[in-house]
Design a protein around this ligand. Structure first.
Ligand code: GLC
Length: 430
């Protein structure tokens, strides 16, 4: 039931999804595109994890649009299974925005890097809402191939954990947890230019091996087994396993056994527990380099295994009591900050002009909300949702928010902030 308190929030979230819809015919083989971009001003292209979140938002506008978003994204699927992190449908008049990004193209129309595999979860949400088996038959094959590509190309030591090759593959671009791997000495005011210079160095470093995933990983130039990326991957494997169980008679390519995917998901959780969990600190740390040293910078990634259903209760309890619910770390007025308050790099007000260094984002809250629900912490989940609604009402539909004051920063009319629609629905307000 729509509650009047949230009516402006709902209206605005829907307006933004409509305003950011881009449609047309691309010079990319004359293909038609129709998707929601993250922000018409600063991000007028299609991003991989953004579009998966947008599909979830669009379920609360029109399920046909949610499916359309996924179909458009899957134009990026390559014969070997790779899915790129950005699709450049139309660059005309958007050269200025493109210059702002440190990206490497594999083709004039897509990038050479990937992003967290949120898509499996988005497709499960679409299936739960629509029960459309034809849609599953259409989209599962390329998604299964992508998961296969990730496992074949990004897990050289076969421990179940995937490695990313550069910071923006996790979607957490300038997170301070990457400062040491990137060789950045973070003085807050200098982070943005230092970060760009470090990205350029990394791109050059990869030049000799570009296109050869194994060789790029072998260079050990960044190579981070990222906790957030892997938690989303493990969760995605489980979503795919459930979808295959729900539709056993669909004719799908290997790996098409739900059991196999489920087993792989179990391996991700085991590896996170074995290699990333720090019993003393009570959190998970990313692993850096082929030598797998733990990067002990406390960010939202450290809590992200909450989203996995098979993380033991005792561990979830510690993540909550020792960290998430601690006002000196993550439980601010507008949680959950991307970096813990007691980290020296914590930058709640975007002073550094570098992103993911303190502010709160709605997409990570969305994942944590469902993790809390799954582990039975419905009261905490509800509190997180309520504070998220208040934050967006206070700060507007921005890209990210000050976790202490709710002030909004970054892009205006940012699309995935519309995930509040899904949270409002889950909380019975929509
Ligand atoms: C920024 C974010 C990234 C997102 C992109 C488009 O680069 O860090 O996660 O995908 O913007 O919104």
């Amino acid at each position: 039931m729509a509650s009047s308190r949230y009516a402006p929030l709902i209206e605005n979230a829907r307006r933004v999804l409509e305003a950011n819809r881009l449609q047309g015919v691309s010079d990319w083989e004359g293909r038609r595109y129709d998707f929601v971009c993250p922000s018409a001003e600063t991000y007028p292209f299609q991003w991989l994890w953004d579009s998966a979140f947008h599909a979830v938002c669009l379920l609360h506008v029109d399920p046909a649009l949610a499916k359309q978003e996924v179909r458009c994204l899957l134009h990026g699927a390559q014969p070997d299974g790779f899915l790129p992190h950005m699709l450049l449908w139309d660059t005309t008049g958007r050269e200025a925005q493109l210059q702002q990004y440190d990206i490497v193209l594999a083709d004039p129309h897509f990038t050479a890097t990937t992003q967290p595999p949120v898509l499996a979860r988005a497709v499960e949400c679409i299936y739960q809402a629509t029960k459309d088996r034809d849609f599953l038959a259409e989209v599962l094959p390329p998604i299964l191939r992508w998961f296969e590509w990730l496992s074949a190309n990004r897990d050289p030591d076969e421990d179940g954990l995937l490695a990313i090759l550069q910071p923006d593959e996790s979607g957490l671009d300038a997170s301070p947890k990457y400062d040491v791997p990137m060789g950045i000495s973070a003085r807050a005011s200098l982070v943005a230019p230092e970060q760009r210079a470090a990205m350029q160095r990394l791109i050059e470093r990869y030049q000799e091996a570009r296109g050869d995933q194994a060789q790029m990983l072998h260079l050990d130039a960044f190579h981070v087994e990222d906790v957030l990326f892997n938690a989303i991957y493990g969760d995605g494997l489980r979503c795919l396993a459930r979808l295959l169980d729900a539709a056993p008679d669909l004719d799908l390519p290997a790996p098409s056994l739900a059991g196999e995917l489920d087993q792989r998901a179990g391996k991700v959780t085991s590896a996170l527990l074995e290699k990333c969990w720090d019993e003393e600190a009570g959190v998970f740390w990313d692993l850096w380099g082929r030598g797998e040293s733990q990067v002990k910078v406390l960010t939202i990634s450290s809590l992200f295994p909450i989203i996995l259903e098979d993380v033991p209760d005792e561990i979830v309890r510690r993540l909550l009591s020792d960290h998430l619910l601690d006002p000196a770390e993550f439980w601010t007025r507008y949680p959950v900050p991307s970096v813990a308050l007691d980290e020296p790099s914590f930058d709640p007000s975007f002073r550094s002009q570098a992103i993911w260094r303190g502010p709160t984002w709605v997409n990570t809250n969305w994942y944590l909300y469902y993790g809390l629900v799954r582990h039975g912490y419905t009261d905490i989940a509800a509190e997180l949702a309520n504070r998220t609604f208040d934050m967006v009402m206070r700060g507007g539909q921005r890209e990210f928010f000050n976790p202490l004051t709710g002030e909004g920063y970054g892009a205006n009319d940012f699309s995935w902030t519309s995930l509040v629609l899904d949270l409002l629905h889950a909380e019975g307000h929509l």
